[in-house]
Design a protein around this ligand. Structure first.
Ligand code: PEP
Ligand code: MG
Length: 359
């Protein structure tokens, strides 16, 4: 794993003496977490949990869960996933040695996990002892015209609370397992795609109930916090109300840009080059935080959030977190941290220092 050394390492240390904002990394496995630490990340600002379910030993249970028609069936499949998910989090916590780790609950639409090819659908039907038609009709049922605006994020966690329960259990059981070994952890549970106060309140209730149950069963407890992504414009507009219930805010500027501009983050490449050429846009808003639009929502969300809960911790975990002009904007806005991909951590550390010097 790469490390910083010599003058590069010195420059980084010097930067940290000036920077006010912390730099964290987006990482969802122990290797990336270690790279992030080597590059000076002060925690993980976003551990996306969806990738963990695509591994060979997981995807079958995940599909079984999706195909189950009852809560009982889903719980059964989730029980198989729990120990594996717990190990995932143990690995990340271990790599971060007591630094904060923000773990985001499942975000993508379930359609991403089901098989789309006939041969794999047949295999799955045989594995689960169900008909091929049952598999096909589930795949069809989950299809959406605009999946990124569809049944995903906390909408999943609220319609299938058992998913939130399993993930919360895995996070806290992992933290308790490390506590037994004398390793400190700082789990932060993050709810994705919140747009209404009630969406967050319901997820938080499930998380807190599950935590109480885990602590009672294990006769031990750990500290944890529960916060939200701010990536739907409505969450920024209602930030004061949401902040009354949330320990932290993390601005997901990838989705926030998509939803503020109405540009698909997956398809915008088809017309953005022309827009840039014609001067309709000064820069690609997915690359540089659009300070007069998406940035306004970040500023508004931060100010309102602090009104709702003075001292609420705020950060950004969209790709902009590692882009210098965006990092400077985050500094001026008063965010507590930026989180970016591990290899961008050094850039963000310098940018965070330069922002202070420019002040
Ligand atoms: C975001 O939307 O900015 C974000 C960090 O989440 P993801 O990229 O996983 O949607
Ligand atoms: Mg997002």
């Amino acid at each position: 794993e790469p490390e910083l050394s010599g003058e590069f390492a010195e420059l980084m240390e010097l930067s940290d003496t000036f920077a006010r904002m912390e730099v964290r990394a987006n990482a969802d496995n122990p290797t990336d977490a270690r790279v992030a630490r080597n590059f000076g990340a002060r925690g993980i600002g976003l551990a996306r949990t969806e990738h963990m379910f695509f591994e060979v030993d997981r995807i079958k249970a995940m599909r079984e869960m999706i195909l189950a028609d009852t809560v009982k069936g889903r719980r059964q499949a989730l029980k198989e996933l729990l120990p594996m998910q717990q190990k995932d989090f143990e690995g990340i916590f271990r790599a971060m040695e007591g630094l904060p780790v923000t773990i985001r609950l499942l975000d993508p639409p379930l359609h991403e996990f089901v098989p789309h090819q006939l041969a794999t659908q047949k295999e799955l039907a045989e594995d689960l002892h169900i008909s091929l038609d049952a598999v096909k009709s589930k795949v069809a049922e989950l299809e959406e015209f605009n999946p990124m605006l569809g049944h995903r994020g906390c909408r999943l966690g609220n319609t299938y609370p058992e998913i939130t329960e399993m993930q919360t259990r895995a996070i806290l059981q992992a933290a308790l397992a490390l506590k037994v070994e004398g390793i400190e952890t700082r789990p932060e549970i993050m709810v994705p795609l919140v747009g209404t106060v009630e969406e967050f309140v319901q997820q938080k209730a499930i998380i807190d109930q599950t935590a109480a149950e885990v602590f009672r069963q294990r006769k031990d407890s750990v500290e944890y916090s529960v916060g939200t992504m701010v990536e739907v414009p409505r969450a920024a507009l209602l930030a004061d109300k949401i902040a009354e219930h949330a320990d932290f805010f993390s601005f997901g500027t990838n989705d926030l840009t998509q939803m503020t501009f109405g540009y698909s983050r997956d398809d915008s490449g088809k017309f953005l080059p022309v827009y840039l050429e014609k001067g309709i846009l000064p820069a690609d808003p997915f690359e540089k935080l659009d300070q007069e639009g998406v940035g306004l929502l970040v500023r508004m969300g931060t100010e309102l959030g602090r009104r709702g809960r003075p001292g609420i911790k705020t950060g950004i975990c969209g790709e902009h977190g590692g882009e210098p002009t965006s990092v400077e904007f985050c500094h001026r806005t008063g965010l507590d941290y930026v989180s970016c991909s591990p290899f961008r951590v050094p850039i963000a550390r310098v940018a965070a220092a330069q922002a202070v010097l420019r002040d």
